[in-house]
Design a protein. Structure first.
Length: 334
């Protein structure tokens, strides 16, 4: 029989190896496990820090303590000392052309009046956030020569116990890896129409939110900034607030009264005593520092600054019942 006449035998049907399917199935979990392990080992993306000029202050910027920042209602005169005086005009916000925003991971963290002030802070943030082993918990509120700021790492204090006034009272340790990321001086705070401590706290919380962490509460941040601990001593009664007509006047301890600072007047408590004051009705609290004497009206035993009253929701009613706990600075052994 010639080759042409030879009939080609039909090819046997393709039979899948018994080991083929189990082998493929067995490799799949290994592949997924290997991929998951590689992702886990891969270092997280470094937070992106940028500086952008802005045509206007950002409305989407995190403002954690809006109750402390909003302008008072036009009808809110409250019950205060100097009831006939008018509130002095608030400092103007920076011109739109001079506002520079620092963004982290697509969120506005802070605004500064010039690029010369914003650029160094952005550089320090970039270096800190990209450092090996960085953790959000390493961000600490600090006082540097009496000015609030944020540092990376532990902070050592040379403050004298009980003296937490605006005098220089705390410095970053020269050793130990502490790094100051930014500080807020009075001039900058005035240009932002804010108090320096609230600016520093808000900027820290903006940074925490941009890095995916929850913001600190106002009292947590204040206690951290001034290294305060709770005592067993408490007091209560009726509190009012004062501000207009007393703004920029000398207080009983010699400071200039600032109605936008978190301070208070008390008849007897030592100056620079810290109180955690709670509005009994609203439950809102704020920490204030005693720097003045008063009030001298009726049964009132505490006179809050306008800003402090705003923080606990007592600005509009003017007079509220309060409860307070005395706080003390922690002492640091050098």
């Amino acid at each position: 029989m010639s080759p042409a006449e030879t009939k080609r035998s039909p090819a046997p049907p393709l039979r899948r190896s018994r080991n083929l399917t189990p082998a493929a199935d067995s490799t799949q979990p290994k592949t997924e496990t290997t991929l998951a392990a590689a992702i886990a080992r891969r270092p997280p993306a470094m937070p992106r820090v940028t500086v952008r000029p802005a045509a206007a202050p950002a409305t989407e910027a995190q403002q954690v303590f809006k109750q402390c920042l909003d302008s008072p209602p036009a009808s809110s005169e409250g019950v205060k000392r100097g009831a006939t005086q008018q509130t002095p005009p608030a400092p103007a916000r920076p011109d739109a052309a001079t506002v520079y925003q620092i963004w982290v991971n697509g969120k506005v963290v802070m605004e500064l009046p010039s690029s010369e002030e914003a650029a160094p802070i952005a550089q320090r943030l970039t270096a800190a956030l990209g450092s090996p082993g960085f953790s959000v918990d390493q961000l600490r509120l600090v006082l540097v020569e009496g000015e609030p700021g944020v540092a990376l790492g532990d902070v050592k204090s040379n403050a004298k116990s009980g003296d937490r006034s605006n005098e220089p009272n705390e410095r970053l340790a020269a050793s130990g890896g502490d790094r100051l990321l930014f500080r807020v001086d009075r001039a900058l705070a005035n240009r932002l129409n804010r108090t320096a401590d609230l600016v520093a706290i808000d900027w820290l919380n903006n940074l925490r939110v941009a890095l995916g962490e929850a913001p600190l509460s106002l009292m947590e941040a204040q206690a951290d900034l001034y290294s305060l601990t709770q005592t067993s001593r408490n007091l209560g009664g009726i509190t009012s607030w004062y501000g207009p007509g007393f703004h920029n006047r000398l207080t009983a301890n010699g400071e200039r009264f600032n109605q936008y600072a978190l301070t208070a007047a008390h008849p007897k408590l030592p100056f620079n005593t810290y109180l955690r004051v709670t509005n009994v009705r609203s439950g809102e609290s704020v920490i204030v520092r005693i720097n003045d004497r008063g009030p001298y009206v009726g049964q009132r035993s505490l006179d809050l600054s306008r800003q402090a009253a705003r923080c606990i929701g007592s600005e509009k009613p003017g007079v509220v019942r309060y409860e307070a706990v005395i706080l003390e600075p922690q002492t640091t052994v050098q």
